[in-house]
Ligand binder design. Structure first.
Ligand SMILES: [Zn+2]
Ligand SMILES: [Zn+2]
Length: 241
């Protein structure tokens, strides 16, 4: 089986009535990794994987739209599956923001930072610090002979090219439209398109779009900059990398 990405939620900054915050399931068919655990993604995860079938969690940064369903998953491990030692890869300091207590055996926290590499089953993760307020890690995931890149949250001073060449699919945040560029450390859809083009990414999927944004405008602005059609991430859809 190839490498697949399943979108568990892609609403930027806060959940909308019909969309969860950021969360993704990356799988090679044998290894399942839950990347970002934003609010609402635990519910959607159960449509695509068994709760016992998640091999590890990877959290890009401490902003709550990227991890708060970790607390629900903690309850699952504690009261339902009884599973201990689930690896949680995250920047140092995120753990202190959680309800987790040091005595609990359910999560095994592993610090990651710029340049870190992690082998999780058949998947290799490489991390790159982005242009965002708290320490935020974009990631490249290699598996089954394919390469996937995820921007996490970033401003325009970081580029997808930092993840290296040969990306078959990139999932890039596109919080804003062009007219909002510079309002915060996020990308517009136009900037996401430029970044993917510069990185030579073969395919671009937009995520983390604000709930109130006209997504067709996002798609059009990104496609203009990328020079090819782009897709909008759709929650509960799976994509072959
Ligand atoms: Zn965010
Ligand atoms: Zn953020």
């Amino acid at each position: 089986m190839g490498l697949t990405l399943t979108v568990l939620g892609c609403s930027g900054t806060y959940a909308s009535p019909d969309n969860a915050c950021s969360g993704y399931l990356v799988s090679d068919g044998a290894t399942n990794v839950w990347v970002d655990t934003g609010s609402g993604t635990l519910a959607n995860l159960q449509r695509h994987a068994a709760l016992e079938g998640v091999d590890a969690l990877v959290l890009s940064h401490e902003h709550p739209d990227h991890w708060t369903d970790l607390e629900g998953f903690f309850n699952v491990c504690r009261f339902v599956t009884g599973r201990e030692g689930v690896p949680v890869y995250a920047p140092a300091g995120l753990k202190e923001r959680t309800y987790n207590d040091d005595e609990s055996p359910y999560f095994e926290w592993r610090d990651i930072k710029d340049g870190s590499r992690a082998e999780i089953g058949g998947l290799t993760f490489t991390f790159s610090r982005t242009d965002h307020g708290p320490e935020t890690l974009a990631m490249r995931i290699d598996g089954s002979g394919r390469s996937f890149g995820y921007s996490a949250d970033t401003g325009p001073k970081w580029s997808l090219g930092e993840l290296g060449p040969g990306l078959d699919l990139v999932l890039c945040e596109a919080t804003f439209l062009q007219e909002q560029e510079g309002e915060a450390q996020h990308l517009s859809a136009r900037q996401a398109g430029l970044s993917a083009k510069e990185a030579g990414a073969k395919r671009l999927l937009l995520t983390h779009i604000w709930p109130t944004t006209d997504k067709e405008r996002s798609r059009a602005e990104a496609a203009d900059a990328y020079g090819d059609p782009v897709e909008l991430a759709v929650t509960n859809e799976s994509y072959d990398v």
